[in-house]
Design a protein around this ligand. Structure first.
Ligand code: MG
Ligand code: ZN
Length: 357
């Protein structure tokens, strides 16, 4: 009996040791960004939920400074550029350094190294946060140019709104035809997205931004995350996926805690899809972070009967508050501590074992 126990515990040790070695380099990274998702937004989401949030499962947690190259308070363009490329830039810039030189993102670098890549967002796919991962433009407002950039970026799967920026354009081009010629399956609703096969996928499920969760967006973000993972995971070389809960920020701008909480819970369901895959896979690093605080929200009260949160705000814009980073899986330790938002890129690059060029 003792002998059997010894063998069992020994094989457990061997297994633990081998999974430890494997831990150094993830094959896949899923980066989930809650736009404007500061500490109060996370806490409001947690306390107003009847069940624990997925985000509560993380154990490796850090803080990032978010200031941009030209302002203590960043916008989402400069913040996305910092997270995606490791370069601080001016507010409003997308995938460019402060001198206007294009800089390559972790998505571009992953694609160059044979990884499959994806972007899933609850806003237009051309909006500042996703654009920071595939585009190079001096203004986040150049949505037509940003849409053109996605054709060059090697994004295998993208799901979001913004169909208008592809087909109803000032330049008269119809980029949907280009995408089709490039071999993309086109999907114009979540039903079509979920029916898509294994190839490249352009999911443009709204003309502009998809509606807020409380107004009928449905499970677009978590379902889109799951679908993207299923397609990207067929690439034996691994994948990089960016998922954005875009409208947490818009609830912050509106100083509307109910909007924030609904969007937090939706985003957390997408986090749950990523963790569920990572748990089964064993070689996937999941990172959850925020680009900046929106609203300067503080929590003043909570009614445990109704689940209602009472909040106060310091602004209708963004603030310069540090932001949380949560990491899970191989390489997660590196994301603990206090560092710059550009350090998220640095740590992802190191986890993959890639270099900038
Ligand atoms: Mg955003
Ligand atoms: Zn904002």
């Amino acid at each position: 009996m003792k002998r059997i126990l010894f063998i069992v515990s020994l094989s457990f040790l061997v297994f633990a040791a081998s999974s430890c070695n494997r831990e150094e380099a993830p094959t896949n990274i899923i980066l989930l960004i809650g736009d404007g998702m500061s500490f109060a937004h996370v806490q409001a989401g947690i306390i107003s939920s009847e069940t624990p949030l997925n985000i509560e499962q993380f154990r490796h947690i850090g803080f990032i400074h978010t200031y941009s190259a030209d302002n203590f308070v960043t916008d989402s363009g400069a913040a996305a550029t910092a997270l995606a490329t490791g370069v601080k830039t001016n507010n409003g810039y997308i995938g460019m350094d402060p001198d206007g030189n294009p800089v390559r993102s972790i998505l571009h670098i992953a694609s160059d190294n044979g990884l499959a890549t994806g972007v899933v967002v609850s806003c237009a796919i051309t909006h500042a946060t996703p654009a920071g991962f595939y585009a190079h433009q001096p203004s986040r407002n150049m949505t037509e140019e940003i849409a053109l950039d996605i054709l060059d970026a090697g994004v295998d799967v993208f799901i979001g709104g913004g169909r208008n920026h592809f087909e109803n354009r000032q330049d008269g081009r119809n980029l949907l035809e280009d995408l089709e010629q490039m071999g993309y399956q086109l999907a114009f609703s979540m039903e079509e997205v979920m029916e898509a096969g294994s190839g490249k996928l352009a999911g443009l499920v709204a003309g502009g931004h998809p509606p807020r969760y409380s107004e009928g967006r449905g499970n677009m973000l978590p379902d889109g995350t799951e679908k993207a993972i299923n397609i990207l995971n067929r690439n034996p070389g691994g994948f990089f996926l960016m998922v954005e809960g875009a409208q947490i920020d818009w609830g912050g701008h509106d100083n509307d805690v109910e909007y924030i909480v609904n969007e937090m819970h939706d985003f957390d369901r997408a986090v749950g899809k990523a963790l569920e895959f990572a748990r089964n896979d064993g070689n996937t690093l999941v990172i959850v972070t925020s680009d900046h605080d929106t609203g300067g929200m503080a929590l003043h009260g909570f009614d445990s009967e109704t689940g209602e949160v009472t909040a106060g705000y310091t602004t209708g814009g963004h603030t310069g508050l540090m932001q949380p980073v949560f990491a899970w899986g191989p390489g997660a330790d590196a994301f603990m501590g206090i560092y710059e938002n550009t350090g998220v890129f640095d740590r992802m690059l190191a986890a993959f074992g890639f270099s900038r060029n």
